[in-house]
Design a protein. Structure first.
Ligand code: AHR
Length: 522
């Protein structure tokens, strides 16, 4: 009996120590960056933002008013403008969201003290003061250097209202509406490069069947005319809710068989990462199970885009119509103590990883996905920026958008690799996610995300069609799984310098657990 006991004991020691030893060894991955096969341009518009009249997204987050003690330019807070300028926001979608289909633009023009107070029934039923209207929005996007993406009211508005709003904004001739715009301080016609024809017409935007919406689309697309001939308008139709293909089929079929009198340039897709509905996943204080589950869900964006793109390809093989993912991001349980209708949530390193994964998916579909808008820019859902009175903090998601600036309008370069796996409980994820691109100056950039929050990852990169001795850039890591930036500790999650050297003709990059790293090849 003794030898058997000894053997069992020895086996159990082995069973305990072997996995532990394996865990101590840094996992590795090999990637090949093939610069000889450049792909599509990664449109800078995929880094777009969304600013709805919702909670503290616009009021307090952007607009504090000209009398505010918070430093501002014509009522728009300077700190937020400076932060957004730094991430080169290409476009801002406004005024909603669900709010857009109850917004009546005339209430938001003219002297501030004459503007009527209305209600915001979608988002807490609070008073909408209408002090931030068309002129203030146009001033805001001009201050940050972004293009306006305006959504017209199809749900509770009329074609006449939408048509007159467009005339008010874009007419170059002295029509009565253009003169009213001039009297309100802006003689020059505005450019409206992007126009959304309604929002979520399948839901808060009117509960329309696909065919009912198509009937509206034809009318609004025709009559919401752009009169500013120096600056054309691209029109974006309501499209699918997640994986539902009804709108994709109906809108694309209508477009394919359309007559000359109407047109569109884009089809919108909305898909949030929620962990279930209603959202119950905490934004902070979560464990590895919720970390892994949420990232697994967000990777579903790949399948959604592939599915809708395949339908679009059947009607539009030349990819004239862009798939515009104009609402995406994490939608988590509201911050405890906040108004549940204000959709306030903290933003952790998990959000940073989630953002990188989605941006990478959009980049891989750059030929079809030419615009996207994360929800939302300030103080709402997966925000770039949180404010509290005069205080402002940049979130981990902000830092990802900052690190990804070089990818704006860069040319996609394919990367092949075996991502390996990271598993927790019953969830298995790829361990690694990589994209590469060449910018206008010929510099090649890599973004590498290590999804595994428990282990670093050593990546060796073989380069085809280019040479590099080193890579330099930034890495975003966090001390804890759920680290956030707060007003008291604003730099807990902040990019740090990163370098990698070549060895035996390959670059060797050491990625921290749960990290996003962006480097240029030197
Ligand atoms: O972003 C919050 C809301 O989510 C938007 O108003 C709506 O379009 C979507 O359902």
């Amino acid at each position: 009996m003794r030898p058997i006991l000894f053997t069992l004991a020895a086996a159990s020691v082995l069973a305990l120590t072997v996995p532990a030893m394996a865990k101590d060894k840094t996992p590795t991955a090999s990637i090949t960056v093939d610069a000889t096969k450049p792909g599509a341009k990664i449109d800078r518009n995929i880094f777009g933002q969304f600013a709805e009249h919702l909670g503290y997204g616009v009021y307090e987050g952007v607009w504090v008013g000209t009398d505010s003690a918070i430093p501002n330019t014509r009522g728009i807070r300077n700190d937020v403008v400076a932060a957004l300028k730094a991430i080169k926001v290409p476009n801002v979608r406004w005024p909603g969201g669900c709010f857009a289909d109850e917004y009546h633009w005339r209430k938001g023009i003219g002297p501030a003290n004459k503007r009527p107070a209305t209600l915001n029934p979608n988002w807490g039923g609070v008073i909408e003061p209408n002090t931030f209207g068309t002129h203030e929005f146009m001033d805001f996007v001009a201050q940050i250097g972004a293009d306006p993406y305006v959504s017209v009211n199809v749900g509770s508005g009329t074609p006449q209202e939408a048509s007159e709003w467009m005339e008010y904004m874009t007419a170059t001739q002295p029509t009565a509406l253009a003169q009213e715009r001039a009297a309100n301080g802006h003689p020059d016609a505005y450019a409206v490069p992007y126009l959304g024809i309604g929002n979520e017409a399948w839901g808060c935007g009117g509960s329309m069947t696909p065919d009912d919406y198509v009937a509206q689309l034809k009318i609004y697309s025709r009559y919401a005319r752009n009169y500013n001939t120096k600056s054309p308008t691209k029109k974006i139709a309501v499209g699918p809710d997640g994986g539902d293909t009804g709108y994709t089929e109906a809108v694309m079929k209508a477009w394919k068989t359309k007559v000359w009198a109407w047109d569109i340039d884009g089809l919108s897709l909305h898909s949030y990462t929620t962990g279930g509905w209603p959202p119950s996943y905490a934004a902070t204080g979560f464990g590895e199970t919720q970390y892994a589950k949420l990232l697994k869900e967000t990777l579903g964006m790949e399948g959604l885009i592939a599915k809708h793109s395949a339908i679009m390809d059947t009607y539009d093989p030349d990819k004239k119509i862009a798939l515009v993912v104009d609402e995406w991001g994490s939608w988590l349980a509201p911050t405890p103590g906040s108004h549940s209708g204000f959709l306030a949530q903290q933003n952790s390193q998990r959000d940073a990883v989630l953002a990188a994964l989605n941006l990478n998916i959009f980049a891989r579909h750059a030929d079809r996905v030419r615009m996207a808008n994360i929800a939302q820019m300030v103080n709402v859902l997966q925000a770039m920026i949180l404010t509290d009175g005069a205080k402002m903090v940049l979130t981990p998601t902000y830092h990802v958008f900052h690190m990804y600036v070089p990818f704006q309008d860069a040319t996609f370069i394919p990367v092949t690799y075996d991502a390996g796996t990271y598993s927790h409980d019953d969830v298995t994820l790829p361990r690694l996610d990589v994209i590469a691109a060449k910018d206008k100056d010929g510099k090649v950039w890599l973004s590498l995300t290590n999804l595994d929050p428990t282990q670093p990852l050593e990546v060796d990169a073989a380069l085809l069609g280019l040479k590099a001795k080193a890579a330099t850039g930034q890495t975003l890591t966090a001390p804890k799984l759920d680290s956030v930036n707060s007003f008291d500790a604003p730099s807990t999650v902040a990019p740090k310098a990163f370098t990698a050297k070549a060895k035996d003709g390959k670059l060797v990059l050491k990625l921290a657990p749960e990290s996003v790293t962006v480097v240029s090849l030197d």
